[in-house]
Ligand binder design. Structure first.
Ligand code: UDP
Length: 199
C-alpha cells in the first residue's frame, strides 16, 4: 500500500474510504488465531513522541497501518511534495467500522474510558447499530494486576474488532504488549471517541 514518511513515521496514503475498504476486506478474510492487525491513527504529538520513545518507535515500526490523524500530518506531507489526500481519524474509522460491521455482523470489544462513559457509549452503539455484536466491554481505569484477567476475557470473546480507548500512546502500548493473546482480528486505539459517542 502507498505510504509516505513524515519524520520517519510511515504514513498510509489511503483515503478514508480506501482505508475502510482495506480493513473490511481484511476483516472478512483474516482467520482468527493469528495476532491482530494493528492499526495506529497517529497525530503530530505521536510523531514527536516517536522521535524519542524507543518503545513507541518499535510499536509503530511493527504496526500494520498508520493513518494520518490530524491536518498537521496532511500539511507536512504537502510540504514534502508527496501529499496525503486527507485525514483518517480514529473517531471516523470507528464510526465507519460500526456502520460496515452492522451490515456484516462483526463483533466489537470496547476497552477504556471511565465506567459510566463505557456503559453509555456501548448502549448508544447497541441502539444505533443493532446488528453489531457486542463481544464485551471494560472501563479503562483498572490496576496493573487486573490486566491479565481483562486480556483473558478479550481472548475468550474473540472479537473481530478490539477498540482501545486508553489515550495515546497508552492504547498502542497496551495493544502491542498483549497482542499475542488478544484473539482479535483488528485492534486500534481511538483516543476520546467513546466520550464523544457517550455524549
Ligand atoms: N483513559 C482510560 N484510562 C486511563 C486514561 C485515559 O480509559 O488510564 C481514557 C479516557 O477516559 C478517554 C480516553 O482514554 O476516554 C482518551 O483519553 P484522552 O483524551 O486523555 O487521550 P488522548 O487524547 O491523549 O488520546
Amino acid at each position: 500500500r502507498p505510504s509516505t514518511n513524515i519524520m520517519n513515521v510511515p504514513f498510509s496514503k489511503l483515503t478514508f474510504v480506501e482505508t475502510l475498504d482495506h480493513l473490511s476486506e481484511m476483516l472478512e478474510q483474516k482467520n482468527s488465531g493469528s495476532r491482530p492487525y494493528h492499526l495506529i491513527t497517529a497525530n503530530p504529538e505521536i510523531v514527536m513522541k516517536y522521535q524519542t520513545d524507543s518503545e513507541l518507535r518499535t510499536i509503530m515500526d511493527e504496526a500494520d497501518l498508520i493513518t494520518p490523524d490530524g491536518s498537521g500530518i496532511v500539511l507536512a506531507s504537502r510540504w514534502q511534495g508527496d501529499p496525503i489526500a486527507e485525514r483518517v481519524t480514529g473517531c471516523d474509522l470507528l464510526t465507519g467500522l460500526l456502520e460496515e460491521g452492522n451490515g456484516r455482523g462483526w463483533s466489537f470489544y470496547f476497552l477504556g474510558a471511565d465506567e459510566n462513559t463505557s456503559r453509555l457509549a456501548v448502549d448508544k452503539i447497541t441502539t444505533q447499530y443493532s446488528r453489531v455484536r457486542i463481544a464485551g466491554r471494560h472501563h479503562g481505569f483498572f490496576p496493573a494486576d487486573e490486566e491479565k484477567a481483562i486480556v483473558a476475557e478479550i481472548s475468550a470473546a474473540r472479537p473481530d474488532v478490539l477498540v482501545v480507548a486508553l489515550g495515546a500512546p497508552a492504547a498502542e502500548k497496551w495493544i502491542y504488549r498483549n497482542k499475542q493473546q488478544l484473539n482479535a482480528k483488528l485492534a486500534l486505539g481511538v483516543g476520546g471517541s467513546l466520550d464523544i459517542i457517550a455524549g
